[in-house]
Design a binder for this molecule. Sequence first.
Ligand SMILES: [Zn+2]
Length: 578
Amino acid sequence: MNPTRHLGASSFRRFSFAFGSLLAFAGLVGCQPEPGIEPANLVLHRGKIATVDDQNPEVEALAARQGVIVALGSNDDIAQWIGPDTEVIDLEGRLAVPGFIEGHGHFMGLGLSRIQLDLRQATRWQDILEQVAEAAESTPPGEWIRGRGWHQDKWTEIPQPQLEGFPLHDSLSSVAPDHPVLLVHASGHAAFVNAKAMELAGIDASTPDPEGGEILRDAAGQATGLLRETAQNLVRGAMGDGFLASPVEARRMAKLASEECIAKGITSFQDAGSSFEVADFLRQELDDGNVKLRLWMMIRAGNDALRENIGSYWQRSAEDPWLKVGAIKLSLDGALGSRGAWLLEPYSDAPESVGLNLVSLESARETAEIALANDVQIGIHAIGDRANREVLDIYEAVFEGQPAKDRRWRVEHAQHLHLDDIPRFGELGVIASMQAVHCTSDGPWVPERLGEQRTEDGAYVWQKLLQSGAVVTNGTDAPVEDVDPLASYYSAVTRRLNDGSLFYPDQVMGRHEALRSYTLDNAYAAFEEDTKGSLEVGKLADIVVLSQDILSVDAEQIPDTEIVYTIIDGEVVYRGKS
Ligand SMILES: [Zn+2]
């Protein structure tokens, strides 16, 4: 690699275009230090540094200056880079790896999840009612109570009365009669609301289902409180709370998301779908120092807005080491848990349903043409096997007749695949943007939805994809799952469910394979492998130091691993306790 190419993306935190200084510095990178050379700002030594660079996989020490790695080698090699002002970190034998890259998460959603009720631990509907009742006591009447993370399949008892396993709104309405309440499903693809929220949203028996969504109704036609997919927007519209409607709250959310990621060893975050306005807002938050990790963003917007703006956002951010607008995002189907994933054949546990198609194929094709015309990536959410096939068909059709090019278009989730479609990822150069932790969270109920055969053939088939030549990335879809990379890493290398059983373990990733999926492969999936994802001279000094060696420790100990240091741009931004 040519190290001088990458300095624009690293040395000047807030000033991407300081080319003069860049060139002056560039001449030094990669050279052996000479007498009088400027020492490093940061040295890590006496450790095991797994570089994720096949040419030089393991070293004891590294040196970084002005945010960029300038040398790697033995402790002796690196000693000469230490000057009087160098910060020297003694790794004491610990493992350092490239900073984790979250491959698919929702940055502002993660922040929001920290300021609303966390319903993930609820094992009964009654638990959720108690949380809401408590919140109602401390919230002024009329203000919204928001929660997220419930999942009916985690409940140990079925609520009564119920419809399709979901409660009816009356119980929720009675604990919070004066507050509108919105409780978002763990998947984000459904929400449960009370009477006050439906009143504000104008939902009653005569409200039609919006396109791509469903208001679940009882036998008498009354809304039960469950809103699937786009039906949630009826209530969100009534809230009037796009993330930026309350700037103070938005800033708090951004800060909380940044702090949580850094504490968990994440140095870059791939945001899977925000508006242009949120991209502008986050750029400002980086400038203000409120957000401290790097962002790569996919934009979710209507085709007209994309046609008008995506090219200029991409060009403007191309050299920005902190926030790049790299792709377009859209969702073709929903999630498996809420039976919104679009399947080729009906659900095994709901034979009348094949799931939901959220965006017409014509519109999705048009969006893909916009990506092609502007030379940006696109990431289309596809969970069900039908949705995945349709996305691959769209990509194939759009590429047809075009000059061969490295485009790295992505399928977000690629979760349930028909056997015939698995080799198409590698053939088309399409990235399977997957989240290992979904496999172990969802594993207990996937066979109910899909039946054993479809599950075995195509559910979270990392190895089948890798062996057919596809790039498989990793992440958490936070706040759907905890953003913790080590939890997803553990899932990737074990496929062990909470009950101790293994979910089709022939599909596990190896330890190094999983580390690569979380670092270099995620960087590749964003065209950032020249600056991120491995520890090499000339690349960004984004590094995480772990309390134990996740490449060799007993697998069952991996979840106990702690973050000792998170280093971004050559600076320690987080220090753990161990
Ligand atoms: Zn997502």
